[in-house]
Design a protein around this ligand. Sequence first.
Ligand code: DOR
Length: 436
Amino acid sequence: MKLLIRNALLIHPEKDFEEKKDIFIENGIIKDIGENLKIDDLQEIIDGEGKIIVPSLTDIHTHLREPGFEWKENLLSGSMSAVAGGFTSIACMPNTSPPLDQRSSIEYIYKRSQEIGLVNIYPIGTITKEREGKELSEMGDMYSAGVVGFSDDGDCVMNSEILRCALEYSKMFNTPIIEHCEDTNLTQEGSINWGKTATILGLKGMPWTAEASIVARDIFLAQLTGGKLHIAHVSCWQSIEMIKWAKKYGIKVTCEVTPHHLILTEDYVKETNYDPDTKVNPPLRTKEDQEALWKALEEDIIDAIVSDHAPHHQDDKLKEYNLAEFGISGLETIIPLIITYGHLSRKLNLSKLLKKISYNPSKILNIPYIPLEKGNIANLTVIDLKKEKVVNPLEFFSKGKNTPFKGWRLRGWPVLTIVKGKIVFKEGKIINVQGI
Ligand code: DOR
């Protein structure tokens, strides 16, 4: 393979730096970066005008549903979805059946994802056995099998003593505890944000207090233990204030946000006439929360942007709102959503935004990050900033068609994904898939 991309904007998120250059890739290696490169016997030249190139896009919050819920997603469809979404690495959550709570499950994820050979998949192990919240899982054994973090995501670890032990124990591996912060005593049977909209719609609400009170508890446990805490999908301003405070005091806390919490509010549930694809946990909140999330992103209180890719079958979604499952299929829309709403509408700097979907998340979970540098293996994504397309879930590679963004016109779509030197996605097609 001899590929030259001319005049693209190269993004170097790790250096907060962008430059317009040619990039030459031969046999999977970045052979040269420069101006007006002259190369013989080229197989392909891509015009980089209007395109950006980003290294190592990494999504640290995806649900791949295998083993146990393969009708919603499996490692193959999830891998295709990830590379179509532009990702070179993803970390998958352990709320499968059985949950990823032991060595053999972790080994299975690595083995199967290597067979498929598209995206690098890094498993996250459970905090507790069976995700039951009662007893710590075999964290050390799972760590030696390669987990990059521990989480009972989908559920909160309600027992404070168990979470304290998990934070204490995980220090040995320098691996974060990823917490789904929700006091479930406050959210029973809830399906939307708590407040006026819930009352008008006649739905039981989930108050922000359920999230922020656990964020506060966990921050104090991280302070007590010195363990590393990563807070999943923050959604309300009160959580942000707590995290800001924790960072000020040097507590080891990081956090993430999803595009849907940045872009949608509870009003969209009403506007879409109770579309179950707007049902997500934590719920879409208020305009005030949304503005606080954008501000926290700019101020680096929020470290990462994640898809929280939660694919569901239509049988789980096409129900009355209160009965539908929580979750949004997000891998294939996160990049154009963030480009359209973060960069084009809010004018946020591209390298700053993309750092939160590449360099920062890779550092949080200690996942390899390969910068755009001469001599490095090509692990990168080309995004066409001019490409405008309407979101059509039927075109998703993911089995989960559940997106509230269906019919939205977005700009900035991935057009080429190269994972460890191998082209895996190009102009709408998956390439080089193995082990089907
Ligand atoms: O909406 C959600 N769906 N939130 C979660 O925390 C879990 C996820 C899922 O697994 O479907």
